[in-house]
Design a protein around this ligand. Structure first.
Ligand code: ADP
Length: 381
């Protein structure tokens, strides 16, 4: 029901802030398009954002994932109109919103922002904070109804008259989200939205955020350095490295088919093991492994390559088989044990095992590869 209400254009409000332009070929279904976008602050280590081409599809949640300093926030600020690009353009609804010579002001772009620290007005109640997002867009009864809808959708009922200091981190975040969503933006930008929440709250808010954004059919761009967050919330992930876009793909595809060692490591624990390309696969010290034919054909027979082996593609055994390594360390997560093993050829390798596997540090073990898997290769650097 609420989702239905939210999908209707608001009476008296121009639904999207900017006029709708003519889509470029292939971008008909994209609400935000970045073309050759760069921003250089003059730092010696190069541009913060470097020639980025990226389109955000209508209705999707796109995560921008990268380590600290990779240019994520700058990219978000360029989309929202808080930064001027040095080259390239930002198109919102196919309309040019930013170029190096002209940047339309943030409030006219139809882009909602949720900041890392929520940026709520401390002296305004929940209702007044949410109403603020509708300033100049809705009045009187329409405004009151819209705010009530947002309060309902966000599960904030009963807290309408509290001030931000009287709310938990999760509740404050819901208010910030409500304020940004109330005017029905073309798209919403979320800058590290879960970083101020504790672990359990973070997991809960991730689920809520996906539910709310999907209910509203809102297009969202979420910036994060946390791969778990990106993988659990996003339809697609854009990987950023030193200002450059490395790969854009679905979480699963990025995990299983990373195009660079950087993307492979960013998406999960990764071992890189050298091997020699044969006509049917790759010979490694853990056996002859399989590779998708089209992928293998990119390499020459006899070439030495790096093979990506995720810890879950390896098996660990103690007291059986032939010993080829010693456990150096074990790290427990909520779902698995991650073993660091020093192999007899001096290579260190990560192997995952069930939590109850009870193999201890110092144990002599046999590590073997799951030879049913198809592995990914990278050129030797
Ligand atoms: P991230 O969000 O991925 O941590 P940022 O976009 O904040 O990365 O920063 C990317 C790079 O640009 C960093 O090297 C940062 O120091 C630099 N940077 C960001 N904003 C400014 C600024 N206003 N002035 C100078 N350098 C900046």
């Amino acid at each position: 029901m609420l989702a239905e209400i939210l999908r209707k254009p608001l009476v008296g409000v121009q639904h999207h802030g900017l006029p709708v332009g003519i889509p470029m070929e292939g971008c008909e279904n994209d609400l935000v398009c970045l073309r050759n976008l760069s921003r250089h602050f003059g730092n010696p280590d190069g541009p913060a954002v470097n020639k980025v081409d990226l389109c955000v599809h209508a209705g999707e949640i796109l995560a921008i994932l990268g380590p600290s300093g990779s240019g994520k926030s700058t990219l978000l600020r360029l989309i929202a109109g808080f930064e001027t690009p040095d080259t390239g353009s930002v198109l919102i609804n196919h309309f040019v919103a930013s170029t190096s010579s002209k940047v339309l002001p943030p409030e006219t772009r139809g882009i909602g922002m949720v900041f890392q620290d929520y940026a709520l007005f401390p002296h305004l109640s929940v209702v007044k904070n949410i109403s603020f997002g509708l300033k100049g867009k809705l009045k009187g009864e329409e405004k009151r109804i819209r705010v009530a809808e947002m309060i309902n959708l966000m599960g904030l009922s009963g807290l309408e008259h509290r001030f931000p200091s009287q709310l938990s981190g999760g509740q404050q975040q819901r208010v910030a989200l409500a304020r940004a969503l109330a005017p029905q933006p073309v798209a919403i930008m979320l800058d590290e939205p879960f970083s101020n929440l504790d672990y359990n709250m973070r997991k809960e808010m991730r689920k809520d955020l996906s539910r709310i954004l999907r209910a509203c059919r809102t297009t969202a761009v979420l910036v994060t350095h946390d791969r778990e967050e990106a993988m659990s919330v996003a339809d697609r992930i854009a990987v950023l490295h030193e200002g450059k876009l490395v790969q854009v793909d679905t979480p699963l595809r990025l995990y299983s088919h990373p195009e660079t060692p950087f993307a492979a490591s960013l998406l999960g624990s990764a071992n890189f093991i050298t091997g020699e390309v044969t006509d049917s696969g790759v010979t490694t010290f853990l056996g002859e492994i399989h590779v998708e034919t089209s992928h293998l054909s990119m390499y020459l027979q006899g070439e030495i390559v790096n093979v990506l082996m995720r810890p879950e593609c390896l098996f660990l055994k103690e007291n059986e088989g032939s010993v080829n390594g010693v456990v150096l360390d074990v790290d427990y997560t909520s779902s698995q044990a991650l073993y660091e093993v020093l192999m007899y050829n001096k290579v260190k390798i990560l192997v995952s095992a069930p939590l109850d596997s009870a193999i201890r540090t110092g144990a002599a073990v046999e590590v073997s590869a799951d030879l049913k898997q198809k592995f990914r290769l990278f050129p030797l650097q």
